[in-house]
Write a protein that binds this ligand. Sequence first.
Ligand SMILES: *[C@@H]1O[C@H](CO)[C@@H](O)[C@H](O)[C@H]1NC(C)=O
Ligand SMILES: *[C@@H]1O[C@H](CO)[C@@H](O)[C@H](O)[C@H]1NC(C)=O
Length: 206
Amino acid sequence: MSLGSSSQASALVVITRARIIAVVSLIVTWSIASLLPYYTPTIKDHVTTRLSEARQKIPKVGIEWRPLGLISDPRHRFNTSKVALLIEPRPLRHLVPQILHMISVVPPDWRFVFVGTNLSTASVGRSYATKHQQVIGKLDLLVLPTPWEIDSKENVHRLLTDMRFYDEFLPGVEWLLKYEYDSILCANSATSLNEWLHWDWAGSPR
Ligand SMILES: *[C@@H]1O[C@H](CO)[C@@H](O)[C@H](O)[C@H]1NC(C)=O
Ligand SMILES: *[C@@H]1O[C@H](CO)[C@@H](O)[C@H](O)[C@H]1NC(C)=O
């Protein structure tokens, strides 16, 4: 009995101490927060003067930047004969992370082409990460002009079996990795995609 009551008492003490600490820390936080508005202008002034001091120390440099012939098209930084292709009419939420995953797993010399509708290309192109990939020449987002259509499986199959599609939209491409919205490549695989290039066709049945 006595043991029980003493442990109850110590629990009470602990609770009270914890409460006191909480109240004290709240008071301290409030007082600091209430002081902050007075400090802000001083901090701003200080930062501005430091910035202008730093600016005065920057030497004046003129840069004449001329793109070098071939390198002006950033696509030529990659191997333009290898393209990973995704055709998707729906603006699915996971397309951006999926494309970024594929970019990170497929060997770095491959380029990426996304063929979509107005809606799906807009949803993919809105992300900062995909914009960056477009700027560096890694990724192209493509809306096919009429009469090409990708709104049904049959139309996509018609597209993929029409030589004009390859001639017009994928000129010079020799190797194509065609992946789907539900595809993923194992990032930890010991085999590289480049080891499959001697095959005319490799794939899995659906
Ligand atoms: C592109 O890759 C293929 C196969 O790996 C290679 O034979 C070819 O030389 C590469 N092209 C360029 C421009 O690097
Ligand atoms: C897609 O966008 C183009 C150009 O902005 C426009 O001409 C075309 O009508 C649009 N297509 C659809 C299906 O909204």
